[in-house]
Design a binder for this molecule. Sequence first.
Ligand code: ASP
Length: 341
Amino acid sequence: MSNRRRFVKFSLLSGAALLAGKNLFAKADKGDKKYNTIKDEPVVISTWDFGKVANAGAWDILKKGGRALDAVEAGVMIPEADPKNQSVGLGGRPDRDGRVTLDACIMDENYRCGSVAALEHVVHAISVARMVMEKTPHVMLVGDGATQFALANGFKKENLLTPKSEGEWKDWLKTSKYAPQKNIENVLPGGEFNHDTIGMVAMDKSGNLSGACTTSGMAYKMHGRVGDSPIIGAGLYVDNEIGAATSTGVGEEVIRIVGSHLVVELMRQGLEPEDACKRAVERIISRNPEMAKQVQVGFLALNKSGAYGAYALQKGFSYSVRSGKVEEVFQSKYFYEEPQK
Ligand code: ASP
C-alpha cells in the first residue's frame, strides 16, 4: 500500500479503531517481527550507529560488574568528546547565532535524575547533568545557570565550535532566512536528516537500569530552544521495575507526547519494547499527522527482562547493542518508507 493511501486509511479509520482498541498500523510495519533479548547478563543499547563506539565505553564498566549509571555516563562521554560527531558535545552544530548549546539528562535505578539545557562551553554535558542530580536539590539547570554551575564545580571552559561546524553554519546563513521556519533543519537536500542524539540505556549485573541522553540539539535552532533530550520523560525515562527508553529526532514531537515515559508505561502494560516504541510513534502520527510525515523520531527501549527494540517514523534510524554475546548495529523498523513531501 502506498504511503499516501496508508495515511488516508489511517486518517479515516483511526478514531473508530482506537476506540475499539485495534492496532491500525500493523500492516505498515516493515519486516518480520522479531524480539531480541539479552538474558541474565548486562547489556547496553544506544541510538544510531555511532552508539557502537559509545557502547564500548559503557561495556568496559558493565563487563566488570560496574553500575549501569557509571556505564551510561562513560559511554555517552565518548561521542561528546569526539569533534567529528556534529550532533553531540564538542563539534556540535550551533544554533542560528553560532552558539553551541548542549542538552543532556541522566537517570538512575532509584528514580533520581539530573539535567542541563542550553549549557555552553562545557564538553561533558552528561557529567554536569549527573552533578546536578547528585549535588543539588534540583533536577534541571538551564542556560547561564547551568554553565555557571559547571564552571564553579571544576568543569573546564572550552570553545565547542569547531572550524567545520562554524563553516557549515556560515554556509547555512548565506542561503537560509534568519527566522523560525518549520522543518528547515529537518531534512537536508539529499533527504538525510540533519540531527542526531546519543540516547543510551543499560542494565548492569545486578539487573539495575540507568539511562543517559546528550545532544547539541537541532542544528541552527533558535537560541534558547530546548528539545526533548534533557527533559526527563520526553528524551529519557528509566523505571527500574519496568524498563528504560530514550528517543532521538525532532524533540518537539517527542515532548508533545512525553515519549520516553509513554514507552515505559506501555511496557508496564505488557508490551514488548519494540511494540511500545511503535505505539509511541503511532501516537505522534495521530497527534500531528502532517508534521509526522516530514520529520524523524526514533524510540529505543530495554525492559527489565533484557528484551530490547526500537521503532521510528522514517527509514534510517539505527541502534547499537552490546552485551557479552552481541555487538551489533540494527536498523530500526519504521513507519514511512521515504520522507514525505
Ligand atoms: N532530539 C534532539 C532535539 O530535538 C535532536 C535529535 O535527536 O536529533 O534536540
